[in-house]
Design a protein around this ligand. Structure first.
Ligand SMILES: *Cc1c(COP(=O)(O)O)cnc(C)c1O
Length: 340
């Protein structure tokens, strides 16, 4: 079997997760009668100290719904230049919400309150109305970099002061939390809405959850239906999410250790110009000009190791629960063989 480091979305459900899915009690979730979906939503809302939650098919949908319910057409959304909502959601902000977008060059995907403040438009009919800030934690294109609560607090205060809403794209929020040792409970009050992916490192096959207060989630439920995201006996999927929250959070540390080992080996190769600091489970390496990303990917594929090209000279490798310690050894020896 290939060692697949292209993304942490490639995980296969474990045997125990599949058993939990088969055993789920389900109902029609569009009627709000699926008790397993309801249990997942309550569980995550409770974990983050939010009032309510909504289970959706993808993190793109939870992000897009969060933007839709917190903006009007002609408003402006402020986010990092490399953020998922801007780069990887097909331009959906403009299509779904009719908003304009103010991008900021952050530090590996992370913004500061000072930077954001400089990008809030004055009240003047020439400008779009600054309405919503989106933060990403961990930051994918930042190489899995993360914010601490101390770094988010000034942004929360700025948003309050300027009456802007604050959304967290927390696709990999648990990767950040296991590194900082901070608690999900302390996150809820800082953000109006939070999106959490179950199908990244947590290892569920499908699904993301949007968290917010009761009123926002009621509106989110309507938008989910409009987008075609109302699912019926979705409890089979929600059961995988509940299983993941109960069994796959602490083990993320293992993925981070594996990523550090691979990152260190990559940094030692002459064909690698630099490796972004490996803070969580994502490794981004910039290659020497003699080796293209496509060629790097091709070389490793011969060893049954799959990686992603991330622009002409950059590659991305992501660790997850499908990557065992023996796989990491295999990756290290293949890197040595191909590139030393
Ligand atoms: C994966 C991801 C999402 C959601 O992606 P889907 O594939 O739509 O579930 C959102 N934000 C970030 C940062 C991601 O990495």
């Amino acid at each position: 079997m290939a060692i697949d480091l292209r993304s942490d979305t490639v995980t296969q459900p474990t045997k125990e997760m599949l058993e939990a899915m088969f055993a789920a009690r389900v109902g029609d979730d569009v009627y709000e009668e699926d008790e397993t979906v309801n249990a997942l939503e309550e569980k995550l809302a409770h974990m983050f100290g939010k009032q309510a939650a909504l289970f959706c098919p993808s993190g793109t949908m939870t992000n897009q719904i969060a933007i839709k319910i917190q903006t009007n057409p002609l408003d402006e959304v402020i986010c990092d230049k490399s953020s998922h909502v801007y780069l990887y959601e097909g331009g959906g902000m403009a299509f779904n919400s009719g908003v304009s977008i103010r991008t900021i060059q952050g530090d590996r995907g992370r913004l500061t309150a000072e930077q954001i403040e400089l990008n809030i438009n004055p009240h003047n009919i020439h400008h779009a109305i600054s309405r919503l800030i989106v933060l990403e934690n961990t930051a994918n294109r930042g190489g899995g970099s993360y914010y601490t609560l101390n770094e988010i607090e000034p942004i929360y205060h700025l948003a309050k002061l300027k009456k802007l809403s604050l959304h967290l794209d927390g696709a990999r929020i648990f990767n950040a939390l296991v590194e900082t040792g901070e608690h999900a409970k302390d996150y809820g009050h800082l953000f109006d809405t939070i999106s959490v992916c179950l199908s990244k490192g947590l290892g569920a096959p499908v699904g993301s959850v949007l968290l917010g207060d009761i009123d926002l989630i009621r509106r989110a439920r309507r938008i989910r239906k409009v987008l075609g995201g109302g699912m019926r006996q979705a409890g089979y999927l929600a059961a995988a999410g509940i299983y993941a929250l109960e069994h796959h959070i602490n083990r993320l540390k293992e993925d981070h250790l594996h990523a550090k080992v691979i990152g260190k080996e990559l940094a030692s190769l002459s064909v690698v110009r630099r490796v972004l600091p490996v803070d969580t489970n994502i490794i981004i390496a910039e290659l020497d000009s003699h080796l293209t990303a496509d060629s790097f990917v091709h070389h490793l594929e011969k060893h049954g190791i799959r990686t992603s090209s991330f622009g002409a000279q950059h590659v991305r490798l992501v660790t997850h629960l499908g990557v065992k310690a023996s796989d990491v050894d295999m990756v290290i020896s293949s890197l040595k063989k191909e590139f030393h």
